[in-house]
Design a protein around this ligand. Sequence first.
Ligand SMILES: [Zn+2]
Length: 416
Amino acid sequence: MIVRARTVVTMHGPPIENGAVAVSGNRIVDVGRFDDIKTRNAGNTLDLGEQVLLPGLINAHCHLDYTCLRGKIPPQKSFTKWIRAINAEKVTLAPKDYIASINEGFAEAKRFGTTTIANLTVFPELIPQIQPPVRTCWFAELIDIRAPERAVELVDSAIESLGRTRPQGAPLGLAPHALFTASKDLFRQCEEIAQQEHILLTTHLAESREEMEMFRVASGPLHEFIKSIGRPMDDCGSKTPLELFLDSIGSGGSPNRPQSIEVNRPYLSWIIAHLNELTESDFELLETSNSKFHVVHCPRSHNYFGHSPFAFDRLRSFGFNICLGTDSLASNESLSLFAEMRAFQKEFSSVSAEEIFQMVTVNPARALRYENALGQIRPGFGADLIAVPCSTSTDIFEQIFAFDGPVPWAMVNGNT
Ligand SMILES: [Zn+2]
């Protein structure tokens, strides 16, 4: 089929006026001006009219488990209080509630134009009961704070649950939750497995001031709370979260060298969520490191918590691949990446709209190792497309950002 629109934004070259995309099965086979596409390709034409056709959006960090907690936890004075509040909500939920919550989250994300999600779940065993309507990279979220001696067992069982449900070719992921809930052994074990298999890694790192306080000076509310659970606290009192993370991953992670990136430096497998709290020595470490990882910023969740400002300019100048995510609805109000782009733009007004749009398309595709398959409209790429209204040819990205609401048209893997 041929899909025609007023403008096609490919994220690979300039926008195409009166453009069209030819799709065969689940792949894009051609893209260009409508007149040329018509001559080169057979098939029915779907004319989307006064709309801009875009690559489907990619959410690089979320927890659909907690979609049902929208509006349940008002912003707290401290991050630790929020953890206590979410834990209190979680004990009231049964597996069927989580399944309903995940399904509701997928439907909402798709309505808002998201066609690929990196989704962390605490319950990988529930995945077989869920049929995601969008592409999903499932990450098993792992916590061994109460039983660090079971790190190996925990990873093995997560891999088994994930492996049983692995859709053809889709990458799977492991997510040791955070330095304060996952042991050094658990981080090492995840990394070892990821080096052997096609597995992605993610974690929450340096998210809150309380996390920095816990590790650097061995005090504060998070330190007290985590200590009360029984975690050994001997790694607290000197290093920053970033230093401890780099220690935990030992050799520095399995290199992931995307072929499409013309940068001669290895990317680690790690997709790091947040990275808000960094000291000057952390910045030096990041600047001089030969290996870079992927970083996910969640603008609205960040505002909800009132975290320290995200060091976008510095991290970008050091060569980190920065993506956007929604985080969960326990700290956000919707799963719209359009709203995340607007929140980001409000905070970083000097960043071009096109660059912000890369953070929900090209950049997360690279982080999820889909750099040759998703995030752009190009022949050979997956047919994940969305359309939003546009009435003029100027300021096309501003029109995209202004869009608020369900997308009028979407295609995931060739299906509408
Ligand atoms: Zn998270």
